[in-house]
Every structure is written in structure tokens, then in C-alpha cells.
Design a protein. Structure first.
Lengths: 446, 496
């Protein structure tokens, strides 16, 4: 598949990396020569230095034979115009990154129709949404609600007093006692999809699939402490911080928002009426103490600077019992984060990339990729007359690179899968898989 | 301002905004006096000729001043405030003349009091007894309030063809409320629209009064003083003279409407109703009226049918909050709590952009938000938070001015009350006289209550209340700024 990406920012870079790893031909158009060269050195993709709104450059990148075009610069105008050009030049599918919220609403409908984009993404809004999901399930460090049914994937570190600690996963089947299925286990930086005979210890990171109703029970069994969220501190008033603060305040939390830039702080204070906006540097511990960080239930650091986010969260974690969430732009920092006592970290790039991947894969209903590992969760609808239609799970002989976790019946009820579960066409399955196992899944189910 | 766009006849004469605007003001005043003369003739009163001749003289002087001066090309801030102030002083003097000439108020200071109480829409009076005075003079009393209600400068700006960039400042210097805003791209059209709504409101109300049983003369006179929230009435018993429930309910609605923002009305009439309905000042206004009326009704269990007591409670509260000052019942006999409540409401007034006096609810809301912010800042020293009125944000510049205004208002009110008290009256009388004058309400409490008049005060105390009326109507700044210009300018010249 030929893919053209305009803009090698966070989202573009990550997309190129993901798609390149799946053996697609990726061409990236980037204006900044230094970034373009760095990208070309790092990934197996072609780079073209130039402006994405120039037809000749787009042609050089091969948009005329592209299956997918993604305009993902930080500039809405460039994304819109380049996507329009790409469509005119013959690109099959186009993805546009659009951050202007008004343009995403009804007021921008005609514009969007004129551009004929197939998918519109907003990394900041997606990141904010992920943070809010995390806050709803304080204690977990990853929460991905699946598109269909009431199935949710939760990632969390097994607590000291968890009943799971020391047990073999083979004992833990999906019974009433264990209302979840373990999809991935991370021990010492190594992630595996478990097929029994894995001993879980406190401190291991698990990704489990459960139903919304059993969520609280699952977290309890994992030994994760949940708390009521009534006081929230948001550090950094950028697009992500704004959205998170706004949403949590609307849900009834008392929110303090700290922003360094005076003019931005003034603008925020004018838009966020019921939020306490404070001007200051988020790494200023004096300021954090002044704003009683110790009394917070949740601290979210969402500035554009990774170091500031990590420092502020580390300080907050040391000073309080708060659930701390840091936004990280550089993935390499991720393994370090837990050592600082930070409860969860996420990156703006993954959320949006998930949407693009999902779109690319057509039949997939939803995709969740995890930051630290190459395991992803996919949803598929079982096609009529495929291998799986009417078969038992154990009869499918699925490879070890994937785990069939749950099935959503056509009546909307969901069920955690065992070897004896029978599958039928029209039902949706949720699968933990490595990207390399993707073709196997397609063979079996579509 | 590009003068050359206007016809040649506007370009002649000495360019001075002072003479130009003041002249036109005087001419407007003269027209009013002459109309009163005509009304006097229709009602076969004794003052027809004196009013007609006086009106003619005022018109002549005014037109002369106006035609032989022109708008200067550049307006200075000094000129704007001085012009507004001088126009109002001219109005006060020209408005006092009819009382003296016709002999109903021979002492110049009493005539001036009645004139200022009229133009500032206060409605306090020294005319005793009111009934028996010639119909022309009583009509002139109502007319002064009507002219002063929307503002003579607004009227002048609406008429002047050559008022350009300075016009908005002129309007803002006179218009009640902290936010003078343009309704139209041209300030002249804004002024016309405002007067248009005002005149329309007056006509509708006069018709309503007429249908409810008033004669033409009474209907027009009361319509003038209701729409302007003035409160003069040609009868000793004020609106209670008619003893008619329907008239009183009409007056209640009209007073409350006149206490609302005319700019919002104009927008609503044009089809844009949202700003009116969403105005948090309006919500606050209605809540204040509702709560105050309920308390007044509950706290005064006098005898009489419930409907009448309810009507009296709502009427008095509406009359005080809208700063109209009509009276149908003697609220001086109400419980102490109710009287204290009215005393508090007097200097506050109704909505910004209305014809009401007082500091306006908008400023009260703004100061409350300001105080809230400063309290929060004790907890969060580096808090960033705008001052809001409802959902709308007041820029810090405006918010600071509002707070400064409130401090000045308190000084004018308190200082005035103390000065009045020094001349002898009891404390309730002094404070309510100060409140009612500064708030442009009319009746006070105690010795200056609704059944009494301001003759009970000494001459000095009356001078204090006259100053307070002007300060209240022009919202302090134009008065003190123009005075400071007048006082400071010569000194600067001698030093230079």
C-alpha cells in the first residue's frame, strides 16, 4: 500500500513508523530539512523536503497512486489544502488533522465536504479524551473503551496486596470469580501475550479486558486503589490542558489550572469561568505547594515540555496521594516514568494514530495501541462463511501471537472467550495481537 | 473628522463645541417651554403668553449660538466633559426661568431646585401645593423630566449633522451606565435609534394610560414622567390620585420597563431578543424586584384587601428600584426593615442604559465579581481571573473604573448625607434625602417622605441635594472632571 504523509511532527512521525513497520510504502513530505533527514535516517521511509500544498511536490510523493494520504502538520490550513489537492490528484483516502474546533463543528461542514476528507483527527482532543478516561478509572494507567459493547481494556500495575500476586495465569480463567481476561503481561520491559503458565507478581504490568460493570471489581482484584475525584490540578493550559480542565470541571470536579504564559492565562480565565486559573511555572514547587498540590486527587501535567511534565508530576507524587498523569511527547522517556512515582503517561501521537490505523484497516471497528509495547487490541466483525463462522475457538488453532479475548454478540451482550466459545457471523471479536499477526486474523475472520 | 463633507453652511462661524452644543441645548429647552405654552393655551391656563415668549427668547438665543459657531475639527477630552456639564447647567438655568417668570416659584434657588429635580429625573419637589399650579407649568415640569430622561446630549447628537468621532464620547459622558455601546456604525444614528425607542415607548404608554381612563393631558404628562423614571405628577397624591388598579398596574410595568436597558430593547425590537433575555443584569434586576416586593408585602400587614396591599408593595418597590419615585402609599409608615430596604435600593437604581438613576445594578454585579476575585486571590496569590457580569467579561480597565466610581459614589452619598444632617434634620431624613437625590428617585423617608416635599430642608441642604442630583445623573465623572479643568487650567497657564 502506498501512503503519503505531509508533516513529520509527532503524529506524522509515529504514523510513518507504524505503517512502515507493517510493510507499507511510506513517503513523508516535510518542510524542515533537518527533521526530514532525521526521519529518513531513523525509519525505512522516503522523505521529500518541501511544502505540502505544492502540487508538484505531492506528485513527486506519488499521491496519484496513494491508497492513503494524511495531512498531519500542526497547521490546519496546510492539512486541508494538501488533502484537497491529494484527492484531486487521485489519492484514494485522505486523513486531515484539524484542530480548530469550530471547523470540526457544524459551521465547518461545507468546508469539510468540499475537502472530501475521509477521516478527520485531532490529536489534542484525542489525548484529552484518553486522560479523562484515565481519571474516570483512577489507578489504571491505560483505559481503552472498545467501540462496540461494554468492553473495556484496562492497563494497570499489580498492587502489593492483590490476590493475583504469585498466581499462575493458567489458574485464572474467565469465571465469575475472575471477571476479566489477561491480554498482555509486561515483566521487566518485556511484553508477552500470555498463554498460561505465566506467574504474576506484584509490580508486573497487566492489560486486562473486562466489562464496564466489572471494572471496579477488576481493579480491586488487581490491587489497584481507586479514589473519588473531587479536586483536580491541571498543569499547562494548552489545547490538551484546556479540554481536560473543562471536561472534568463540567463533571463536577474542582479544578485548578496553572499556565505559565500571562496572555494565555488571561484567555483561559475568560473562557473557563468556574476554574481557578493561576499564572506560574509548573516546576515551581513553591507555587504548587501554594495551590495545595498535597490535597489534590488528580494531577495532570499537559504542557508541551516533557521534562516539566515529569518533574511536576514527580513532585506531586512525592507530596501527595494524587493520581498523576503526565503527557509525554518523547516515547523514549516512558520506561523511566514509573520510577518517579508517576501513575500514568500518554502521548498525543498514539491516540490519533490509532484512529488512522483503524481507518486503514477497513473492517476493524476499533484499534488501541499501547505506548510501551507492540501489542495492540483490535476489534473485528466476523464475516459470513469465513473460517470462524460457527466454529469453536479451540478449533481455530490461532497462533501464539494473538489472543482472542472477548466476543460481542449480535444482541449487544458481551462475553469473555474460552476455548469452548462458539463464534458466529455478525458478531464482533476483540483480539490482543502483535501487528505481525494481523494477516492471520484477517484470514480467520474475514 | 472631515468637515468638508458637510454643506458649506455648517462650516462657518467660530469653531467651538461649547457654544455649538450648548446653543442647541438651549434651543431644545426653548422648544419645550413654547410647547408648554401651547398646552397651557389648550387647557386655558393663565401662563400661555409668558411661556410662549420665554420659549421664543430661549430658542432665539440658542439658535443664534448654534448657527454662529461650528463643530471644531478636533475634539479634546476637556471639551467633551466641559460641554456636557455646561449644557446641563444651561438646561438647569433655562429650565428654572419659566417658574420665576410665571411667578409660581419666585425664589431663584427654589426654581433652580425644581428645574434640576426635573432634568435629572429625580422628581423631588418644592412646589406646594402642586394642584392649582397652571397646566402649562405642570406640563413643563413633566417635559423637563422627559428631556432629561434619555438625555439632551443624546438628542443633540441625534440632530447635529457634523458630530463625528467625538460624538460617542459625548454620548458616553451623558448616557447612564458604564458601557456606552454603538448600535449602528454612525453615532448619530445610534442616538436617533435610542430616542426613537424612547419616543415610541412614550406614545404607547400614553395610549395605555388613556385607555385605562386618564384624560389626554394627564396621560401625556404621566407618560413623560414614567418613561423617564422621573416621577413628577400634576397631582398632590401622585398616581394615587386616580385610585385605579389598572392605571397602577400599567405604571408598574412601565416603570420596570423604563428601568431596563434601552439599547437591549432596541436590539430586541430589531429581532435580536437573545441579548435581552440572556442579560444577567436583567435577571438580577427581576430577582431584586421580586424579593423586595415579597418582603415589602409580607413585612407590612396593614389593613385592607390583599390585592391592594400587594399592589402597593409592588408599586412602591418598582417606583424606588426604577428610581421613578411615584407614590400610591406612604411607605414612610412601613416597618423599619422595609424602610431600610428601600433606603438601600434608592442609590442603587436599575439597569445600565436605562433612564433610571443611581449607580446601576451592572456596577453592583461588577463590584461583587471584583470583590470575589480579590477574596480568591488571598487563597491563590497568582490567580488569573477576569471580572465578569454574568457571562460577559469586563476588561480590567473598565472594572477598575467601575470600582473607582463606586468609591466616589459612596463618598458623594455619604458626604452629602453628613452635610445635610449638619443642617439639622434627623438621620433617616438626611440619609434618605442624600440617597434619593443621588439615585434620582424623588421621595425619601422621614421628613422628606412621599407625602412631604423638600421645602422642609434648609436652603443649604437643598443646594447639597441639587449637587447630588447632577452628580447622580451625570455619573460623577463629567462633573468633577469639568470642574477640575476649570479650576486647574488658569493655574497651568500662569505657571507656563
Amino acid at each position: 500500500m502506498h501512503v503519503v504523509i505531509v508533516g513529520a511532527g509527532e503524529v506524522g512521525w509515529y504514523l510513518a513508523q507504524r505503517l512502515g513497520a507493517e510493510n507499507h510504502d511510506v513517503v513523508v513530505v516535510e518542510q524542515n530539512e533537518v527533521i526530514a533527514r532525521a526521519l529518513g535516517d531513523d525509519l525505512d521511509v522516503q522523505t521529500i523536503v518541501g511544502n505540502g500544498v505544492t502540487p508538484s511536490i505531492l506528485q513527486e510523493a506519488g499521491v496519484d497512486r496513494a491508497e492513503l494520504f494524511a495531512g498531519v502538520t500542526q497547521n490546519d490550513e496546510v492539512n486541508l489544502i494538501s488533502a484537497l489537492l491529494a484527492k484531486d490528484l487521485g489519492s484514494k483516502q485522505t486523513v486531515v488533522r484539524l484542530e480548530n474546533r469550530e471547523l470540526r463543528g457544524t459551521a465547518g461542514q461545507h468546508l469539510r465536504e468540499a475537502v472530501r476528507a475521509d477521516l478527520i483527527i485531532d490529536p489534542d482532543a484525542d489525548t484529552a479524551q484518553e486522560i479523562i478516561e484515565l481519571v474516570h478509572v483512577t489507578g489504571a494507567d491505560e483505559v481503552y473503551p472498545m467501540a462496540t459493547g461494554d468492553v473495556v481494556v484496562i492497563g494497570a500495575v499489580v498492587g502489593e496486596n492483590s490476590v493475583l500476586a504469585g498466581r499462575d495465569l493458567a489458574e485464572i480463567g474467565p469465571t465469575r470469580e475472575w471477571p476479566f481476561i489477561v491480554g498482555a503481561v509486561t515483566k521487566e520491559g518485556e511484553t508477552v501475550i500470555p498463554r498460561g503458565n505465566v506467574i504474576v507478581n506484584a509490580g508486573d504490568h497487566l492489560r486486562v479486558l473486562t466489562s464496564q460493570d466489572a471494572q471496579a471489581e477488576t481493579l480491586r482484584l488487581l490491587g489497584v486503589e481507586q479514589r473519588k475525584v473531587s479536586r483536580v490540578m491541571v498543569l499547562g493550559g494548552g489545547a490538551v490542558g484546556f479540554l481536560v480542565a473543562h471536561q472534568l470541571q463540567r463533571e463536577g470536579a474542582e479544578v485548578t489550572l496553572i499556565e505559565r504564559d500571562h496572555r494565555r492565562a488571561v484567555a483561559l480565565s475568560e473562557r473557563l469561568r468556574w476554574i481557578t486559573v493561576v499564572e506560574g511555572d509548573i516546576t515551581d514547587t513553591e507555587l504548587l505547594r501554594e495551590e495545595s498540590v498535597a490535597a489534590m486527587d488528580v494531577v495532570v501535567a499537559a504542557t508541551g515540555e516533557d521534562t516539566a511534565n515529569v518533574l511536576a508530576c514527580a513532585y506531586a507524587a512525592a507530596e501527595s496521594d494524587a493520581f498523576t498523569v503526565a503527557v509525554l511527547h518523547r516515547l523514549a522517556l516512558l520506561p523511566l516514568v514509573r520510577q518517579f512515582g508517576i501513575d500514568a503517561a500518554l502521548s498525543p501521537r498514539t491516540a490519533s494514530a490509532n484512529a488512522v490505523l483503524q481507518h486503514m484497516r477497513g473492517g476493524t471497528a476499533s484499534v488501541a495501541t499501547f505506548l510501551e509495547s507492540d501489542v495492540e487490541v483490535d476489534e473485528f466483525v466476523i464475516c459470513p462463511d469465513c473460517r470462524a463462522d460457527g466454529a469453536k475457538v479451540s478449533e481455530l488453532h490461532l497462533p501464539h501471537t494473538l489472543l482472542l479475548a472477548a466476543v460481542v454478540r449480535t444482541d449487544g451482550s458481551s462475553e469473555i472467550v474460552s476455548g469452548e466459545t462458539r463464534l458466529y457471523a455478525g458478531e464482533t471479536i476483540v483480539v490482543f495481537a502483535r501487528p505481525s499477526g494481523f494477516t492471520e486474523i484477517q484470514q480467520a475472520f474475514t | 473628522m472631515d468637515i468638508s463633507r458637510y454643506p458649506a453652511r455648517w462650516r462657518r462661524g467660530r469653531p467651538t463645541i461649547l457654544g455649538h452644543v450648548t446653543g442647541l441645548t438651549l434651543a431644545v429647552c426653548g422648544v419645550g417651554v413654547a410647547i408648554s405654552g401651547v398646552v397651557d393655551a389648550i387647557e386655558s391656563g393663565p401662563d400661555t403668553w409668558s411661556l410662549l415668549i420665554l420659549g421664543g427668547i430661549e430658542m432665539a438665543i440658542g439658535v443664534f449660538l448654534w448657527r454662529y459657531t461650528s463643530m471644531p475639527e478636533h475634539l479634546r477630552v476637556v471639551d467633551i466633559f466641559t460641554t456636557v456639564m455646561l449644557s446641563w447647567l444651561t438646561l438647569a438655568l433655562a429650565g428654572a426661568a419659566p417658574y420665576i417668570v410665571t411667578g409660581w416659584l419666585r425664589q431663584p434657588d427654589l426654581a433652580l431646585f425644581e428645574s434640576i429635580a426635573g432634568f435629572t429625573t429625580t422628581g423631588a419637589t418644592v412646589l406646594r401645593p402642586i394642584e392649582g399650579t397652571s397646566p402649562g407649568i405642570l406640563f413643563w415640569r413633566a417635559m423637563t423630566q422627559w428631556i432629561g430622561g434619555m438625555g439632551v446630549i443624546v438628542l443633540v447628537v441625534a440632530v447635529l449633522p457634523a458630530v463625528g468621532s467625538g460624538g460617542m464620547s459625548l454620548l458616553q459622558a451623558e448616557a447612564p451606565g458604564p458601557t456606552g455601546e454603538r448600535l449602528t456604525p454612525r453615532v448619530r444614528h445610534t442616538a436617533r435609534r435610542l430616542w426613537g425607542v424612547y419616543v415610541g415607548f412614550t406614545i404607547v404608554l400614553a395610549a395605555a394610560y388613556g385607555i385605562a381612563g386618564m384624560g389626554l393631558y394627564d396621560a401625556v404628562a404621566h407618560s413623560f414622567t414614567t418613561v423617564s423614571t422621573g416621577g413628577f405628577s400634576p397631582y398632590n397624591a401622585s398616581l394615587g390620585h386616580f385610585d385605579s388598579a389598572s392605571i397602577e398596574w400599567i405604571a408598574i410595568v412601565a416603570m420596570l420597563l423604563a428601568g431596563g436597558s434601552f439599547t437591549l430593547y432596541f436590539r430586541a425590537l430589531r429581532g435580536n431578543v437573545k441579548p435581552l433575555l440572556r442579560s444577567s443584569e436583567l435577571h438580577f434586576y427581576l430577582v431584586v424586584v421580586l424579593l423586595a416586593s415579597t418582603y415589602a408585602f409580607v413585612a407590612n400587614d396593614a389593613s385592607g384587601p390583599v390585592s391592594e396591599r400587594l399592589r402597593d408593595a409592588v408599586f412602591s418597590v418598582a417606583a424606588i428600584v426604577s428610581t421613578t419615585g411615584y407614590a400610591t402609599t406612604d411607605f414612610g409608615l412601613w416597618s423599619q426593615g422595609s424602610q431600610a430596604m428601600l433606603l438601600l435600593l434608592m442609590p442603587i437604581g436599575a439597569m445600565a442604559g436605562s433612564t433610571a438613576g443611581g449607580v446601576k445594578l451592572l456596577r453592583v454585579l461588577a463590584v461583587a465579581s471584583f470583590a470575589h476575585r480579590e477574596a480568591l486571590r488571598q487563597l491563590h496569590p497568582r490567580l488569573v481571573r477576569p471580572v465578569r457580569v454574568g457571562g460577559a467579561i469586563l476588561p480590567d480597565r473598565v472594572a477598575n473604573r467601575v470600582v473607582a466610581f463606586m468609591v466616589l459614589a459612596l463618598a458623594v452619598f455619604g458626604g452629602g448625607a453628613v452635610l445635610i444632617a449638619m443642617t439639622g434634620p434627623d438621620m433617616i431624613t438626611s440619609f434618605s434625602a442624600a440617597a434619593t437625590s443621588f439615585g434620582n428617585v424623588g421621595p425619601g423617608l422621614g421628613a422628606v417622605g412621599p407625602t412631604s416635599d423638600f421645602l422642609v430642608l434648609s436652603r443649604f441642604a437643598r443646594l447639597v441635594t441639587m449637587a447630588q442630583m447632577l452628580l447622580g445623573r451625570l455619573e460623577i465623572y463629567p462633573v468633577i472632571l469639568s470642574l477640575s479643568f476649570i479650576v486647574l487650567r488658569p493655574r497651568r497657564h500662569t505657571r507656563a
